[in-house]
Design a protein around this ligand. Structure first.
Ligand code: 5GP
Ligand code: ZN
Length: 114
């Protein structure tokens, strides 16, 4: 756990979240400010700032994020498909410094970004 990381605190239960899935590697919850009818965040339980810091040791959690995406999107109400978006670093529009995949769907997107 990283000090002052809000997503580490969500995993630890120190900040409330609307959890939709959890296993030994990842934690998934509703985005606090949804941009689409379905907008879920999936994060590694261990602190990883972004893909800029990822190493082979992170591969189990990164793989799990992708392999649970379909079941989460479908259960949340996006049966016809969904998008997975990971922002990395300042230029990559990342605001929260704990890697998170946005699972978005539920309607037709208006453009290539969220
Ligand atoms: P980023 O721009 O870093 O890719 O996206 C950060 C996302 O985290 C945003 O969509 C924002 O709404 C969401 N977010 C920020 N703080 C919280 C929080 O405390 N709880 C939840 N559930 N989502 C958050
Ligand atoms: Zn963290």
């Amino acid at each position: 756990m990283s000090e002052n990381c809000i997503f580490c605190k969500i995993v630890a239960g120190q900040i409330p979240s609307k959890k939709v899935y959890e296993d030994e590697l990842v934690y998934a919850f509703h985005d606090i400010s949804p941009q689409r009818p379905v907008h879920i965040l999936v994060i590694p339980k261990h602190h990883l700032t972004s893909l800029q810091q990822a190493t082979p040791a992170d591969e189990p959690a990164l793989g799990r994020i992708l392999s649970v995406a379909n079941q989460l999107a479908t259960k949340a109400g996006s049966p016809g498909g969904f998008r997975v978006i990971i922002n990395n670093g300042d230029i990559g529009c990342q605001e929260v410094q704990h890697l998170h995949a946005h699972i978005v769907g539920g309607d037709q997107p208006v453009g290539p970004i969220l």
